[in-house]
Design a protein around this ligand. Sequence first.
Ligand SMILES: Cc1ncc(COP(=O)(O)O)c(C=O)c1O
Length: 366
Amino acid sequence: MDFIDLKTQYAALRESVNARIQKVLDHGQYILGPEVAELEARLAERTGAGHCVAVASGTEALLIALLALDVKPGDEVVTVPFTFAATAEMIALIGAKPVFVDVEADTANMDASKVEAAITPRTRAIMPVGLYGQPADMDEINAIAARHKLPVIEDAAQSFGATYKGRQSCNLSTVGCTSFFPSKPLGCYGDGGALFTSDAALATAMREIRVHGQSGRYRHTRIGVGGRMDSIQCAVLLAKLERFDWEVRQRIEIGAHYDALLSFPGIRKFLVKADRTSVYAQYTVRVSERDAFEKHMKERGIPTAVHYPLSLHQQPAYAAAQAGRSYPVSERLAREVISLPMHADLDEGTQQRIVTAVREFYSTRD
Ligand SMILES: Cc1ncc(COP(=O)(O)O)c(C=O)c1O
């Protein structure tokens, strides 16, 4: 059993994926070819954001967003410690300081009630994450940001395709950043990512930063990066978009089915709030005896994964700067979370097999 089954998805899309890739091989414009602009137009339309800029990865998207917003060494960016490293890493990489606020226990997303207290005169941006595929409390976070005249960067690496009060993730704040890493809800066949904004000046800055800060050929008006997304990867996504709406519906249905089936004492489920959807980049639950649970599932041929085993303030690279600080909810989640197989092609029988194995685990512990 695959944790994420990309082979079945490829089998369903083989002809369009192959034809799209072949087209790139025929025209030979591997860098910034027509597929890049076509994908950007499709994704801008899909999300409702005025502008989309395709870039080399989700990590690069975060870096370009911070550079475009002119975040500098010594500045502070308020974010969460319970996330993939890239969120805080790009802040630290440019010499700014990630200032953590804890997450909510029931969603694993930024606890908006803690944000205001973390803002100082040095704060330059707020960066919530849509962890596991569900957007954070964006209205509350945007309102705090507006009071302090701060931009909000949504790290939507896991939540592309999810909705918040009827609007698409990536179009919920100043800038939305997503990842097209192969295992993401919309994934290419290598690295890829995108930025979204409705601010035209910011979009121009992001486009220029993507190609070494060039405003024209060999005219470098800003400091940028080599952060383009390949034409071939854009071609893969254009083919995958044919099935994406169906995949999002499947993910929501499979997630809800897991929720209904996994009603055992000992398993704690995350909540999807009523005004939004999750695309379940991961289907994650909280268990008390995680090592034993993991071993039990492995022995039955069921792959699991831990997203994430440590909160970032506990990681060696961040620990010194965070010394003495504690984020109890993040620490607890890091001890308890475990993700089960999740993808749009997960069939009912396989899901039942997974749930049966979980039930067996708890029946031996009654
Ligand atoms: C929350 C979050 N932010 C950022 C990233 C970075 O994306 P990428 O792997 O495309 O660089 C990821 C990818 O795993 C992620 O999950």
